[in-house]
Design a protein around this ligand. Structure first.
Ligand code: GCU
Length: 653
């Protein structure tokens, strides 16, 4: 039987013919050096340590400012390959890079690779009981039944997969910090956490923990968690000292405060600057970082009050704090202003925050995007965000702005909610591995195309002929649009089942407290967020973007209903009416899933049986899901509007 580790993109070693021996100059005994020694024979089959003279891979520590702390170069020499970096970590990335290049048959030497983003982080939403908030691949690889799972080999496999795509930071517990996890910052738990941290360290990955802002009360038994109370600051100082005594290379804290019932500084009438800076001062002497989340909004809204707008919340709160955070605080900003929908505008905070360290948060786990049942390759969406032109100043693209406007550029980058679990293939649907792989590759190299990344993943994961690879690729590349087609017309989000966020329930959130309304009535649909007649959210963008979104005729079709309430007969830039667009995309979405099934079946002979069946089963389920969405949405809007489908297709009434 295949081991779990065999079902991933590091399965194939490069063959004996291509690589024979290797040599490392300037050997030292760091943990990463030992990792490299262990990895070389796994990645390059039949390899053994040897003398320099006949070495086929030479690893060299160099002193080349252009490579930075993590970059590497690979050159082809007569006797083999030479990998150079300023650090051991860079050499580790270099051997994974060479492995990828050789298997992808894309050798272009000399090859130089330097990461575009400094932080390339994964957040786990794993709970100590073994469940994973929004996890769709089985239980946690770290915990089970309020204990540490203790499978260190599994964690090592995970760390090597992360390092192979350049991930350099990881937080290992849910941002909603529960009963036991609050105590992760105490000695009893830290001893176990250190074992996990040591494995990550050996792969160049820093360990973070999510904390409970009210830990001075829940853990420390103080009467308050007020960030301006000296006893609270002193409690955190001592707590942090204990952490670093046990885990000297600890990365820092991830904090979700005043959000979705989590405690925070607002309880004490303090600002988020007060909260974050107090923690920052406690951890700074040890080089630690506070990652402070901007996902803060009122989740007890009155649906009757149309002046309230959840989309405004992060900007309203954090924009005025720009420049007030300590130098070791990083703000973590979700890609969109609401919550990881399949289609949202980019958060207006990007480009607008100019004096604050910042990281952009994506969601790899497919919460609103198909639960790793439906295929939904998310890299195209992430690229749109990174390439979005904020039109704020010189560095106007998001991917540049997050670095450029961070006072300490080393404290900027990307982060994403992870998608792995105990399932044998790590991600439930094997195709969802492409998102995990893709996130890492894109975070490292922002200019890779979605296609390049998908091809790489396919080449490393399967043995496909050109034709079969094209078929699999065409499924991945179009899957985001397909999912959008049958779930989210013109950026109306949240028509999903409340709580679980899978399956169609058009009015599920309509009269609820979460602030996510579509306002469909018999005349039209959409949220008016204009400055002229709506909530004024459009004003949070730079003047040029504001003008575009504010103007109903200039606003891109894809975002129309996010910004405007329009009649069903409104004619889109595409020339179609809104109602016809809704019908067409929902019928098309189902047809595309049927095509995916046919394409997948047609390449069965080239796939291993396990992967074939795994994806086939999920495609069957995806089709049922898409049909249900199609029929419910079409019927709902037909009943509201009374307008039929121009093409006369079946709409149940
Ligand atoms: C979403 C998700 C929650 C999660 C939250 C967050 O709202 O549904 O489960 O806790 O995001 O990012 O904190």
């Amino acid at each position: 039987m295949l081991e779990k580790r065999d079902l991933c993109w590091l399965l194939k070693p490069v063959s004996r013919d291509e690589i024979k021996t290797w040599f490392m100059e300037d050997r030292n005994n760091s943990r990463i050096t030992r990792t490299i020694e262990g990895e070389m024979p796994r990645l390059f089959y039949g390899i053994s340590r040897s003398q320099k003279d006949n070495a086929s891979i030479v690893l060299i520590l160099t002193d080349d400012g252009s490579l930075g702390d993590e970059g590497y170069s690979i050159d082809q020499k007569e006797s083999g390959y030479e990998i150079k970096s300023n650090t051991q970590k860079g050499l580790l990335y270099g051997i994974f890079g060479l492995h990828r290049l050789l298997l992808g048959k894309k050798e272009r030497f000399p090859y130089v690779s330097i990461p575009d983003q400094n932080y390339r982080m994964i957040n786990h939403w794993d709970n100590f009981d073994g469940t994973i908030e929004r996890g769709y691949s089985g239980r946690s690889i770290f915990y089970d039944h309020n204990a540490f799972r203790g499978d260190m080999e599994l964690i090592r496999q995970y760390a090597r997969l992360l390092a192979s795509v350049g991930i350099n930071a990881v937080s290992i517990n849910n941002v909603n910090v529960r009963k036991y996890e609050r105590f992760f910052i105490t000695a009893e738990y830290l001893k176990e956490i250190k074992k996990i941290g040591d494995i990550f360290t050996a792969y160049g990955i820093q360990l973070f923990l999510a904390i409970d802002f009210a830990a001075p009360i829940s853990v420390g038994k103080l009467s308050t968690a007020d960030p301006l109370c000296p006893d609270v600051a002193s409690w955190w100082k001592h707590t942090v000292e204990d952490i670093y005594r046990i885990i000297p290379d600890f990365g820092g804290f991830v904090v979700k405060a005043d959000s979705e019932h989590e405690p925070g500084p607002f309880t004490y009438g303090r600002s988020h600057g007060d909260g974050a800076n107090m923690l920052a001062k406690a951890i700074r002497p040890f080089g630690g970082i506070i990652v402070w989340r901007c996902f803060v909004y009122d989740c007890t809204q009155d649906w009757r009050d149309r002046s309230l707008d959840r989309a405004r919340a992060a900007y309203d709160l954090f924009h005025e704090l720009d420049g007030e955070f300590d130098e070791n605080v990083i703000l973590q900003i979700k890609n969109g202003p609401i919550d990881f929908q399949i289609r949202e505008p980019v958060s207006p905070l990007f480009g607008a925050l100019k004096e604050t360290n910042q990281i952009l948060e994506f969601q790899i786990t497919q919460e609103y995007t198909g639960h790793q049942i439906d295929i939904c390759y998310l890299v195209p969406m992430w690229k749109e965000t990174l390439d979005f032109d904020t039109r704020h100043g010189a560095s106007s693209l998001v991917k540049e702005a997050i670095r450029q406007y961070s006072p300490d550029q080393k404290l900027s980058g990307l982060c994403a909610v992870g998608n792995v679990g105990m399932d044998r293939n790590w991600t439930g649907n094997k195709m969802a591995q492409a998102n995990w792989y893709g996130y890492g590759r894109l975070a490292w190299d922002n200019d890779l195309t979605s296609e390049e990344i998908a091809k790489e993943w396919l080449d490393l994961s399967f043995e496909l002929t050109e034709d079969a690879r094209e078929k699999a690729l065409s499924i991945l590349i179009t899957s985001r649009d397909t999912y959008e087609d049958y779930t989210c017309p013109l950026a109306v989000g949240f028509m999903c089942k409340p709580g679980i966020h899978y399956g169609c329930d058009i009015d599920g959130y309509e009269y609820d407290q979460w602030g996510t309304y579509h306002y469909a009535d018999r005349e039209g649909v959409g949220r008016d967020r204009t400055a002229a007649t709506g909530t004024g959210f459009t004003k949070q963008y730079s003047p040029r973007i504001y003008q575009e979104y504010e103007d109903i005729n200039a606003c891109p079709d894809k975002l129309l209903l996010f910004f405007h309430h329009v009649p069903y007969t409104h004619v889109l830039q595409s020339g179609k009416t809104v109602i016809q667009h809704i019908y067409d995309t929902h019928f098309d979405g189902v047809e595309k899933v049927k095509e995916y099934q046919a394409r997948w079946e047609s390449i069965q002979d080239e796939l291993d049986e396990e992967s074939y069946q795994n994806v086939k089963e999920r495609l069957d389920y995806q089709l049922k899901h898409a049909v249900e969405w199609r029929d419910q949405i079409n019927t709902y809007f037909y009943r509201k509007s009374g307008i039929g489908d121009e093409a006369g297709r079946t709409i149940y009434n």
